[in-house]
Structure formats: structure tokens, C-alpha cells
Design a protein around this ligand. Structure first.
Ligand SMILES: Cc1cc2nc3c(=O)[nH]c(=O)nc-3n(C[C@H](O)[C@H](O)[C@H](O)COP(=O)(O)OP(=O)(O)OC[C@H]3O[C@@H](n4cnc5c(N)ncnc54)[C@H](O)[C@@H]3O)c2cc1C
Length: 306
């Protein structure tokens, strides 16, 4: 179960007791506060708290620009200007805190983003639930033949069934052993001490779920989304990032639109790529050999520019 009845009741109770505030409020984020959104088979993500809105970005930027903002006095224009020119500190004035339940192997990728503040569920203190990520059949794919860091065709028939069976059986066996080691009684009822939780957890597979609170400022959250809501990111982290992106779009619509335009939808060009584009615009036919680019660079260039 992605959400326990307690978690659902807690979110409902928090939403049922609004309080007046003098702080900046984002209507889009208020509508989302506390409510968990299911992700994968047992995971979820929800917003626990946030600080700032589009206006907070503009307000911070105006400290540095002062009266000079007249030219870009329109909020959307100023936010687009900041994004376009990598003037990032105003975006750091906004913060958001998420509660996320995710498989451990996803958490390992996620924790590489060092600019967040994290507090994780303690498996030294508590007993982990019997919850393992088992991919949907459509996500059970073979190793990609063109991308060493990716998947290719979906597994079919007996192979797919066998893989699913192995994943489920191994998870169940590992969890049975976890419980056995923790238990203060042997299977036949004979008393035993029971192994410490901090040790018993070590044979659990990476598809078991963990939970954490993850707090990040908007600048670094955009960096996270740029990398993890991208097609090159693994599906299992990408769908969390995509859900977060929808939340951010509701929270700071102007900043998110600028991010989508310049970062997600935009393209970085090397000096060599700019030179090739200029030559092409002048009618020259340019190939990889006389572009000064490597084969890899050229492939990526052609993917965008044809
Ligand atoms: C598709 C994909 C594949 C990947 N494959 C691998 C892989 O095979 N192996 C692997 O190990 N990782 C891999 N990673 C992880 C990747 O290398 C980064 O560690 C991860 O994306 C976090 O990025 P970051 O360091 O920029 O983010 P953050 O840690 O959030 O940092 C943001 C920025 O702050 C600065 N910063 C933060 N901390 C420091 C610091 N201590 N020193 C200097 N600057 C700092 C940097 O400018 C950094 O870009 C992969 C990531 C992606 C998206």
C-alpha cells in the first residue's frame, strides 16, 4: 500500500485546519500541501512545507537591481532574464520540503544531489515494512544495445514471467530471513535474543522502500529536475521528478515556465556547434569530419539540428 490509513488521516487533518498567515502564499502549492501522490507501486511524494513564491524571486532580484529593474519590471520578464543569464541566487530564496517514499536503489541515485537537506527513516531504530518495488511488466526491459546506461526492448512471455517471479521470490525470502533474525523466538518457538535491527537489515534487497524528508531550494531543485526529469534518467527516479515538476509548476508558475523554456526545452551550444550552424546558414554543407566535433558530439548535434 502506497499510503497507510494513518498517513491519509494525518494529511486530511492537516488540510482541515487552515490558519491565517502573513507569509507569502502560493495558491497552487496550498492546494497540494500534505496530500501524497502515489509513485511506483508503494511509493509517494508529498509537499510538507514551502517558503516563497514567484514574487519572492522578483523581490530578491530587485535588491540587487534596485531602480535598474525598470526595463524588466514585469515579473515574468525579470524571472526569464534571471534564468537566461544564470542569475541563480534569487531562486535560492524559495525552498520546499518533500516527504518521499522510494525504493533504496532510487534513493542511492537521489542522494547524490548534495545540495538538499535530508532526514531518512532509521532502519536501526525501526523495522522496515515488507514492501518491495516490483516493476510493471512494461518496465521490465532488456539491456539497451545502444546505451550502456539504459534499457531496450521490453521482456516478453516466459522470460518476463520468470524475472518477475525471481524478483518477488527473492524479496519474500530476504524479508522472511530479516524477520527470522529479528525475532526473539526461533521458528519452533525456542527463545532467542534476536539480532539488532541495524544488522538484520543488511541482507534486504535494494528494491525495499525507504522514506525521507528532502528539503531543497528552488535553484538546486531545478538542477535536480533538469537531470532527473530528463529522458536520460532512469525511469524509476524520473517519474518522481516528473511528479515534483508538476508540483513546482503549481508553486512558482512563472519561474517554472522560464525553467521549462531555457533549461528543459533549451539547448546548450559549444563554440564549435555555433560555428557549424553559422556555416550552414551561409549555405555550406558541413559534415562531422570538417566540424571539429567528435562523433559523439556530432551525433548529439544532429539529434537536435538534423
Ligand atoms: C543520467 C545520469 C547518469 C549518472 N551516472 C552516474 C554514474 O554512473 N556514476 C556516478 O557516480 N554518478 C552518476 N550520476 C550522478 C551525477 O554524476 C551527479 O553526482 C548527480 O547528478 C548530482 O549532480 P550534482 O553534483 O551537480 O548535484 P548537487 O550535489 O546537488 O550539486 C549541485 C552543484 O553544486 C556544486 N557542488 C555541490 N557539492 C559540491 C562539492 N562537494 N564540490 C564541488 N562542487 C559541489 C556543483 O557545482 C554541483 O553541480 C549520474 C547522473 C545522471 C543524471
Amino acid at each position: 500500500m502506497a499510503l497507510t490509513p494513518d498517513q491519509i488521516a494525518e494529511a486530511q487533518a492537516l488540510r482541515a485546519t487552515p490558519r491565517p498567515t502573513l507569509r507569502a502564499v502560493s495558491e497552487g502549492m496550498e492546494a497540494r500541501l500534505y496530500t501524497p501522490h502515489p509513485v511506483l507501486d508503494h511509493g509517494f511524494i508529498r509537499v510538507i512545507d514551502y517558503m516563497g513564491d514567484d514574487a519572492a524571486i522578483v523581490q530578491a532580484a530587485r535588491v540587487s537591481y534596485g531602480a535598474g529593474t525598470k526595463k524588466v519590471s514585469d515579473d515574468a520578464g525579470l524571472i526569464r532574464y534571471l534564468m537566461r543569464h544564470w542569475h541563480s541566487t534569487p531562486f535560492e530564496m524559495c525552498e520546499v520540503k518533500f516527504h518521499i517514499k522510494l525504493p533504496v536503489f532510487v534513493a542511492r541515485q537521489w542522494i547524490r544531489h548534495r545540495t538538499a537537506n535530508v532526514n531518512e527513516y532509521s532502519a536501526r531504530y525501526s523495522i522496515l515494512d515488507r514492501e518491495f518495488y516490483i516493476p510493471e511488466p512494461g518496465q521490465l526491459a532488456a539491456q539497451s544495445t545502444v546505451n550502456n546506461q539504459g534499457r531496450g526492448a521490453v521482456l516478453e512471455g516466459a522470460e518476463a514471467a520468470r524475472v518477475l517471479e525471481v524478483l518477488k521470490r527473492d524479496a519474500a525470502t530476504a524479508y522472511d530471513h530479516y524477520e527470522e533474525m529479528l525475532s526473539q523466538a526461533q521458528p519452533d518457538g525456542t527463545p532467542q535474543q534476536g539480532l539488532a535491527r541495524e544488522l538484520a537489515r543488511m541482507n534486504l534487497p535494494m528494491n525495499i522502500y525507504t522514506q525521507w524528508y528532502w528539503k531543497c531550494d528552488l535553484h538546486n531543485l531545478f538542477h535536480f529536475l533538469r537531470l532527473r526529469a530528463d529522458a536520460h534518467a532512469q525511469y524509476e527516479i524520473r517519474i518522481y521528478a516528473e511528479e515534483m515538476a508538476r508540483m513546482v509548476a503549481d508553486w512558482v508558475p512563472l519561474a517554472f515556465a522560464a525553467f521549462e523554456d531555457y533549461r528543459m526545452g533549451g539547448v546548450n551550444l559549444s563554440a564549435k556547434a555555433v560555428a557549424v550552424l553559422k556555416r550552414r546558414l551561409n549555405g555550406e554543407v558541413v559534415g562531422q569530419e570538417d566540424s571539429g566535433m567528435s562523433k559523439g558530439e556530432w551525433r548529439e548535434f544532429v539529434e537536435v539540428w538534423g
